[in-house]
Design a protein around this ligand. Structure first.
Ligand code: ADP
Length: 569
């Protein structure tokens, strides 16, 4: 496949990948982010959260009123059956009423009206209170006047009978030592009376009991139960006079802890038992508006953060996929390069072996030359196959190094010797400078020789006009340095870090005209790092390259198998 065709194919694959990314990931992600943002904005605009909280508050107040009514009804029902009937005499009536009052301290007054006479009793202990005494007199007087009218009586009896519980509550204002108070009286039929009789009984709740016990207990229980159910912000509730004029500050009669100042978020006028009173509810220490704002802000921040994460994830995916594609491309280049590299020496070996076999070559020199070519090509083949085998071992994590005390000067010299002929044959000026006084070091001989062969081969491959190869071995700063220099095509700065990566080959056309697998330098780096050393390159395009491999003298080859084996990148 030509380079142009391959580039076109690569470009098409890239385009397909981008299209998939955009259609399958980017568009849905962008749509999701957009929808969420616009939904949040509309929530903010329409104050949806605030409306939902208000609805919840309304509902809570309705339930609370129902609970209070139920309790008030049950308190009255508790004493209804104890009431005297109209057949009882005066003394008996009074004593039964007093018993009821004694039994139920939450009541201030109890009375019966038998159609003609009113028997009205008040808690005896309370009669010392001036306000209760005055209230007693006032009530007796006003009830006598009220009940003397047949019309009034009729409408009262109707009101009682209209209620499913047959109890009619009538609120009024009164006074106690601490100021105005709420007076609640319940009217109900007497036991054993028919609905046509104008006879009924009644009790009046103690306003102090309502203010100090009934209301606070009901409020606290409800607020606690609600807060436990819902969690989050604690509620605060209060009861106030329903006739508070609009615009005036609402003053609570009773409030739960944490009410503080300010108006309720939601109010409800009570319309059954506790007429004349109203309920108020809010969150402790925070307004619903502020709560809505905070929630909005938090939601926007979370959404913003998630969006950034999605975008970051996309960028990362694109980066990873591009990288994988680049590696895939490198791999396919590698396969075609390697197969070519294998074919060329094999073809040569076959050609020269067949020629020799035919026996046409008569001169000894010619024969020698053919043998040498066959040996050289098979050496090239071996080197390439060794590289591939080493590479696959490293990739599989199975590469092992065998460190042995080695005279490194000897090792380098011997390795170069087997290449000397080839180097000089190719017209290279060869300079060798080996420090023979170096101490013995523990290295894997085969691996170091392979690293050197790879560097020398590269120097030969990537030199064009000026053919020079210099190999130096010396000691510097506690390390043994092996330097391989050429005056060839050089390496661009941006490629210098990448050439040590597997499959990487510089983009230079001169490199592409030279066959290679892109494995050599990655193996050299792996070998060096396994010895605890490093490799650097000094090079500039057109100025040649110098690879310096350093092996620390102290830690070189401390074991049979290096436990922290590097991997090929
Ligand atoms: P290969 O030589 O098989 O391509 P290597 O891993 O040995 O693979 O080298 C990687 C790349 O580094 C080469 O393709 C080449 O671009 C560059 N390179 C290596 N050695 C030299 C050198 N001496 N001069 C110029 N370029 C070099």
């Amino acid at each position: 496949m030509t380079l142009k065709k391959r580039n076109l194919l690569g470009g098409f694959n890239r385009f397909r990948l981008m299209l998939t990314l955009v259609l399958a990931v980017l568009l849905p992600a962008a749509a999701l982010i957009y929808i969420n943002f616009s939904q949040l904005s509309s929530f903010k605009r329409d104050k949806v959260l605030q409306a939902a909280i208000n609805r919840d508050f309304q509902q809570a107040l309705a339930i609370f009123e129902k609970n209070m009514n139920k309790k008030a009804y049950s308190k009255v029902e508790d004493v209804m059956d104890l009431f005297p009937s109209r057949k009882d005499g005066d003394a008996e009536r009074e004593s039964k009423l007093n018993d009821i009052l004694a039994k139920c301290s939450c009541l201030d007054h109890a009375f019966i009206f038998d159609g003609e006479d009113l028997t009205f009793q008040t808690q005896s202990g309370q009669m010392t209170d001036r306000f209760v005494r005055e209230e007693h007199d006032r009530m007796v007087e006003s009830y006598r006047t009220w009940f003397s009218s047949k019309e009034e009586l009729k409408s009262l009896i109707e009101a009682i009978n209209k209620k499913p519980q047959h109890i009619y509550f009538s609120p009024a204002q009164t006074k106690r030592a601490d100021g105005p108070a709420y007076l609640l009286t319940a009217f109900f039929p007497l036991p054993n009376t028919s609905s046509d009789d104008f006879a009924f009984g009644g009790v009046t709740f103690d306003p102090c009991y309502l203010k100090s016990n009934f209301f606070p207990e009901m409020l606290d229980d409800f607020v606690n139960q609600k807060s436990n159910e819902q969690g989050g912000n604690r509620l605060a509730m209060m009861i106030y006079r329903a006739d508070t004029l609009e615009g005036h500050e609402i003053k609570p009669i009773v409030a739960t802890a944490g009410w503080d100042e300010g108006n309720p978020e939601v109010m409800r006028k009570m319309d059954d038992v506790f007429r004349g009173l109203a309920l108020g509810i809010k969150y402790q220490g925070v307004s619903v508006d502020a709560l809505g704002e905070t929630w909005m802000r938090r939601s926007f921040i979370i959404l913003g953060f998630l969006s950034v994460m999605i975008i970051g994830g996309l960028a990362l995916t694109k980066h990873m996929v591009s990288k994988e594609m680049a590696v895939a491309k490198l791999k396919s280049d590698f396969v075609s390069n390697v197969s070519h590299e294998l074919r060329t020496p094999l073809a040569l070996i076959r050609l020269y072996a067949e020629t020799l076999e035919l026996g046409r070559i008569t001169t000894k020199e010619k024969k020698q030359q053919y043998y040498r070519i066959i040996r050289k090509e098979s050496e090239r083949l071996t080197a390439l196959i060794n590289n591939i085998l080493d590479f696959s071992r490293i990739e599989a994590g199975r590469k092992e190094y065998e460190f042995r005390e080695t005279d490194i000067a000897d090792l380098v010299r011997n390795t170069l010797d087997s290449y000397r002929y080839q180097i000089e044959q190719q017209g290279f000026a060869f300079e060798e400078c080996i420090d023979a006084t170096l101490p013995k070091v523990r290295v894997d001989r085969e691996a170091i020789a392979r690293a050197l062969v790879n560097l020398v081969n590269n120097a030969l491959k990537y030199s064009s006009d000026e053919k020079f190869l210099g190999v130096k071995l010396y000691r510097e700063n506690g390390a043994v340095k092996l330097e391989v220099a050429d005056r060839g095509i050089g390496i661009a700065r941006r490629d210098q870090a990448k050439i040590f990566e597997k499959f990487y080959r510089a983009g230079d056309p001169l490199v592409h005209n030279t066959k290679g697998s892109g494995l050599g330098l990655s193996l050299v780096r792996h070998i060096t790092e396994a010895h605890g050393g490093d490799i650097v390159v000094e090079s500039a395009p057109g100025m040649g390259s110098k690879f310096i491999l350093s092996l620390p003298l102290t830690s070189v080859g401390q074991g049979q198998l290096n436990p922290t084996q590097p991997t090929i990148h």
